[in-house]
Design a protein around this ligand. Structure first.
Ligand code: AHR
Length: 330
């Protein structure tokens, strides 16, 4: 009798508890009953397929990525493709084979990524585009962290309109052909100067984002057009510095006889502006490492991330260059 009185309510309570718990488990969204423990930075394994070391910007970008990995305790597998797309493709395949948590890549050119991105997708490894975009469907990557290259081109165009008072012959030193920054900076610039019929791009040649190539191309352009060139639009500072050397060797004054606008805002550009040899530089921020790993960790833990994490950037002129140079981190 006392057993019935005591045990029945206890059993009923226990049964009720079991039913309640199973009902909760059945109705909880999947993420609340995740089988995987949440990762921390020290659990994260990331592959990064870098382009190479073509510019001061790229050197700063690599330092930012490696430095952030070290500081956060992330295991980073870093590959330098030496400007070759096939090396970046090989690097991605090797990261897939090593089953990294996340792959970061700065694609050297925009096209030709479909097959290898599909392989990463099939292996369940998310891709984050860093610095440069790739021409792939939206579901082939989780986020893009980087600049608005069209806007950089528009900013350079507006500065050029002011410098030339809406009139003059411009030569353009284009970045790597078919790369996202070259494409965006090319079209953004034209979107602005297109409204000024007296402003003409008389030559547009690739200097591959390097100082050496920028100098070489500028030497050839000076042979062809000589003092007929009013201004140079260089898609990065390194090519502008190369062009400055070529102009000086030719016997003209860069920044005066030939106006120059470039992109990046790296320290050598500030030095050139202080020397009066460069008229403006449009900022493109390479310090993307900390943000990249923050996003990579969220992605590895299945958390949502924005599609485009846009860099905040500015433009700089000679008048402020000396004051700003000591504060520049790259
Ligand atoms: O993708 C960013 C560009 O690549 C930088 O403007 C250039 O300097 C670099 O090589």
């Amino acid at each position: 009798m006392w057993r019935d009185l005591f045990c029945r309510p206890l059993l009923a309570a226990l049964l009720g508890q079991i039913i309640f718990l199973s009902a909760c488990a059945a109705t909880q969204p999947r993420e609340f009953i995740s089988e995987k423990p949440t990762k921390g930075y020290e659990d994260l394994v990331v592959g990064f397929a870098q382009i190479g070391a073509e510019s001061a910007w790229r050197t700063a970008n690599t330092a930012s990525i490696k430095g952030a990995a070290e500081q956060l305790g992330v295991e980073l597998k870093f590959s330098d493709a030496q400007q070759k797309q096939e090396n970046q493709i090989k690097a991605i395949r090797s990261f897939i084979a090593q089953q990294v948590d996340v792959i970061g890549i700065s694609p050297v050119v925009e096209t030709g990524w479909l097959d290898v991105f599909q392989e990463a997708k099939d292996a369940g490894i998310p891709i984050i585009l860093v610095d440069r975009r790739a021409d792939v469907p939206d579901d082939f990557y989780v986020a893009y962290i980087g600049s608005d290259f069209e806007e950089e081109g528009r900013r350079a165009g507006a500065i050029m309109v002011d410098l030339l008072h809406g009139q003059g012959d411009i030569v353009e030193l284009v970045g790597t052909v078919n790369s996202a920054p070259a494409n965006g900076r090319y079209s953004g610039f034209r979107a602005i100067i297109g409204a000024y019929p007296e402003m003409k791009v008389i030559a547009s040649r690739s200097g591959d984002f390097t100082l050496a190539k920028g100098k070489e191309v500028m030497e050839e352009l000076l042979q062809g057009y000589g003092p007929g060139i009013d201004a140079i639009y260089a898609h990065n500072d390194d090519m502008a510095i190369g062009a400055i050397r070529a102009i000086e060797a030719y016997g003209l004054k860069p920044g005066q006889d030939i106006k120059i606008v470039s992109v990046d805002a790296a320290r050598p550009a500030f030095e050139a502006m202080i020397d009066g040899k460069l008229n403006a530089t449009v900022e493109c921020n390479p310090l993307l490492g900390p943000r990249f790993f923050e996003v990579a960790l969220k992605v590895a833990n299945g958390e949502p991330v924005p599609r485009w994490i846009k860099s905040e950037e500015s433009v700089f002129f000679p008048a402020e260059a000396a004051a700003i140079l000591p504060t520049r981190k790259y």
